[in-house]
Design a protein around this ligand. Structure first.
Ligand code: PLP
Length: 398
């Protein structure tokens, strides 16, 4: 991280943990291909298997259930490219889920999302009954996809309840645990997941590596074919350094998880209190729902998210916008739209996400920049002036 800056964008990617850095550096000069039978090859294989144990422990899974991939996007693709008869999903899912679901040759149904960002269990029950795996198809040919925690708001879904419902109707369950893993306890069995997606870089490991955890007995035809790596479930020479770094990050994130979650929640709650006091009418999106301890989605009345993000960046604070800003056009976040948020509120939303290296000083830097942004509210995206729009306070989701 750059000295003097406050990095508060952990949900985009977390800084590399010291443990992961040391682990990666420790094997960069190793030569062995993990598939080779000689000593060098066996050493590389050993490093991968050690990492597999750590990643399995993070997910409450068995090591043999972990398949290393290039990230969660590939893990999602592995499951979603299977020939499903029907798929249930929602619009708060990450684009790496939404895009392949919409492209799938399957009956696709959207699970409704409440204004609190949570799925409506009763509506899902009706949909699951209508799309049951037993209904006209072989058992297990229907899939329910759900995220454990949302990347923009941190809102948690009742995954265990949803999975139990889906399984009662013969459906398989894919859980996107990318934002939850390493921030709250995850247990594949307790969640009732058949498939679970993980990503290394969200928890302080290297980028470009992740995993699909496949419950023993669940079946997935490989996306990449060729060699017999990963028990014939993912061909290609393994990214040994990345996998080793992922394992080290998973182990470090699992250590003292509850205490770290408490520390982050305390800082996040103080940040929200002070942000609302500095700009009265500020909305904490998803603030009434169970949330990750590290995430805050804040909408300042009369502000434009992209303007706030740029001002913050200039002040040395890295946060994200809830709405996309490209070529002078402001696009609304599909997640916030799915929650039924007033477009004016959604256009003001920024995401602040904390993590393992966040300090009280970072929070103070954010609040100073937030106060400055609150003092000068005019919209500007891509150099083009935009109007401030209606007051978000009037259409608050609270
Ligand atoms: N799912 C969620 C909730 C995410 O936030 C992300 C990354 O932003 C992904 C999936 C994709 O992960 P990866 O970067 O490993 O492909």
């Amino acid at each position: 991280m750059t000295a003097g800056r406050a990095y508060l964008d952990y949900n985009a990617t977390a800084p590399l943990r010291a443990e992961a850095r040391a682990a990666v550096l420790g094997c960069l000069s190793d030569v062995g291909n993990p598939s080779s039978v000689h000593g060098e090859g066996r050493a590389a294989r050993g490093r991968i298997e050690e990492a597999r144990l750590k990643v399995a422990a993070l997910a409450g899974a068995r090591p043999a259930e972990v398949v290393f991939t290039s990230g969660a996007t590939e893990a999602a693709a592995m499951v979603l490219q299977q020939s499903w008869q029907s798929i249930l999903f929602s619009r708060v899912e990450h684009p790496c889920v939404v895009a392949p679901v919409l492209a799938a040759d399957a009956r696709v149904a959207e699970m409704p999302v409440g204004r609190d960002g949570m799925l409506d269990l009763r509506a899902v029950e009706v949909l699951a009954a209508a799309h049951a795996g037993r209904d006209g198809g072989r058992p297990g040919r229907s899939l329910l996809v759900v995220q454990a925690a949302n990347n923009e708001t941190g809102v948690l879904q009742p995954v265990a309840e949803l999975a139990a419902m889906a399984r009662a109707h013969g459906m398989s369950v894919l859980v996107d645990a990318v934002q939850a893993a390493g921030r709250m306890a995850i247990d594949m069995g307790a969640l009732g997941a058949d498939f679970l997606m993980l990503s290394s870089h969200k928890l302080g490991g290297p980028k470009g590596v992740g995993a699909l955890v496949i419950r023993e007995g669940a079946d997935v035809a490989p996306l990449l074919t060729g060699g017999g790596q990963e028990r014939r479930r993912r061909a290609g020479t393994e990214n040994v350094e990345g996998i080793v770094g992922f394992g080290a990050a998973a182990e470090a994130a699992s250590r003292g998880l509850a205490a770290e979650a408490g520390r982050l929640a305390e800082m996040r709650d103080a940040l929200e209190r002070d942000a609302v006091a500095a700009a009265p009418g500020t909305i904490v999106v998803g603030g009434t729902s169970p949330r990750l301890p590290n995430t805050s989605c804040l909408a300042m009345p009369g502000a434009k998210s992209e303007t706030v993000v740029i001002k913050m960046d200039l002040a040395g604070v890295a946060v994200s916008a809830g709405a996309a800003c490209s070529s002078g056009r402001v696009g609304q976040s599909p997640v916030l739209a799915a929650m039924g948020l007033d477009p004016a509120v959604a256009r003001a939303a920024i995401r602040v996400s904390l993590g393992h290296a966040t300090t009280a000083r970072d929070i103070a830097s954010f609040l100073a920049a937030w106060r400055a942004a609150a003092g000068a509210r005019t919209g500007n995206c891509g150099g083009r002036r935009t109007s401030a729009g209606a007051s978000p306070v009037e259409s608050s989701i609270r």
